[in-house]
Design a protein around this ligand. Structure first.
Ligand code: GUN
Length: 290
C-alpha cells in the first residue's frame, strides 16, 4: 500500500495561523507586537531566500520583523556588538543569526553572545543543556517541527524504535533528545555507523537529516515505518533544465511503497521550521513581557 503523505505544508499553515491569532492577542494586551530580529551576514543566495520568507511569515503572523544585514567581510566584533544591542532592545523578543556564517566568523562565539531568553533557534548551550536535562527552554525549530508531525501522526511514541540519521547540533542531537523525552527507544546513526541499512530496518520512526540526496533506500525500511525527511538537496539539472530537482535524504518514490507515512520534499518538514520559529518567538514575547 502506498504510504500516507505527511502534509507539513498544511500543518505549518495551520500552526502559523494559530500563532498569528495569539500574537494579535499578545499585541492588544501588551501594547506592542512580539518582535523577531534576523541577522544576515553576507550574501549567500539560499540564506537570502530563507531570510526573506522568515520576514514575510513574521509580518503575516502579526509580529514585528527586524532585519539586519552585515557585509560578508564584517568583523566579528561588529556582529557581536549588534547581537549585544539586540539583547538590550525591549522590542526584540527573539534573535536569529542566520547560519552558516562566513568562515572567518566563529559561529559558537556568536551563538554564545545571544541572550538565552531571546535564543528562539534554541542553539545556545544554555538551551541545549535545558533540553538535555528536561527543563523548559527554547528547542531548535526543525526538530520540534518534526516532533509535532510525528505526534500528530502516531500519537503516543512510547516504546517505539526511532533511528535518527545525522548527529548535528541543529537537528540530529535535539531530535534524539525529543524522541527520548517522548519515551521512544532512540538510536543516533551517522557516517561511521556500521551497516546503516540494518540499523534503519529496526526503526518504527526514521528521521533522516544527513544532507545526502536520496541516500535512504526503500529496502532499508521496515514495513509501515514513519519516515521524516529533513534533507533538502538539489540534484544536478536534467538535460536542458536550468535547475535540478529538490529531493530529500530519502528515495521518496521507492520509500513510499514501503513506509506507512512519509514527509515529501518539498512540502514536508521545510515549512514547519518557520512556523515553529514564529511559535518560539511568541513564547519568548510572553516570557519577556511577563
Ligand atoms: N540556516 C538554516 N536553517 C537555519 C535555522 O533554523 N536557524 C538559523 N539560525 N540558521 C539556519
Amino acid at each position: 500500500m502506498a504510504a500516507a503523505i505527511i502534509d507539513g505544508k498544511a500543518f505549518a499553515a495551520t500552526l502559523r495561523e494559530r500563532v498569528g491569532d495569539l500574537a494579535a492577542r499578545f499585541a492588544a494586551a501588551a501594547g506592542r507586537k512580539a518582535g523577531l530580529a534576523v541577522v544576515l551576514v553576507g550574501d549567500d543566495a539560499a540564506s537570502q531566500v530563507y531570510v526573506r520568507s522568515k520576514n514575510k511569515a513574521t509580518l503575516a503572523a502579526n509580529m514585528e520583523s527586524f532585519e539586519h544585514r552585515l557585509p560578508a567581510d564584517a568583523a566579528e566584533a561588529d556582529l557581536l556588538a549588534l547581537v549585544e544591542q539586540l539583547n538590550g532592545d525591549d522590542t526584540v523578543d527573539g534573535i536569529l543569526v542566520q547560519l552558516p556564517l562566513p568562515d572567518h566568523l566563529d559561529e559558537q562565539a556568536v551563538i554564545a553572545a545571544i541572550s538565552p531568553d531571546k535564543d528562539v533557534d534554541g542553539f545556545h548551550v544554555a538551551n541545549a543543556g535545558r533540553l538535555a536535562v528536561g527543563q523548559s527552554g527554547f528547542v531548535p525549530c526543525t526538530p520540534l517541527g518534526c516532533m509535532m508531525l510525528l505526534t500528530d501522526r502516531l500519537g503516543d511514541l512510547s516504546g517505539l524504535e526511532a533511528v535518527v540519521i545525522g548527529r548535528s547540533n541543529i537537528v540530529g542531537k535535539p531530535m534524539a533528545q525529543l524522541l527520548l523525552d517522548a519515551n521512544a527507544t532512540v538510536t543516533i546513526a551517522h557516517s561511521r555507523t556500521r551497516d546503516l541499512p540494518a540499523v534503519v530496518r529496526r526503526a518504527d520512526i526514521v528521521v533522516a537529516a544527513v544532507g545526502r540526496a536520496e541516500m535512504v533506500k526503500a529496502d532499508w525500511l521496515k514495513d509501515g515505518a514513519t519516515v521524516i525527511d529533513v534533507g533538502i538537496n538539489r540534484l544536478p539539472p536534467a538535460d536542458g533544465a536550468e535547475k535540478g530537482r529538490l529531493v530529500g535524504d530519502v528515495d521518496y518514490a521507492g520509500a513510499s511503497s514501503v513506509a506507512g507515512a512519509i514527509t515529501p520534499v518539498p512540502g514536508g518538514v521545510g515549512p514547519m521550521t518557520i512556523a515553529v520559529l514564529l511559535r518560539n518567538t511568541l513564547v519568548a514575547a510572553h516570557r519577556n513581557a511577563g
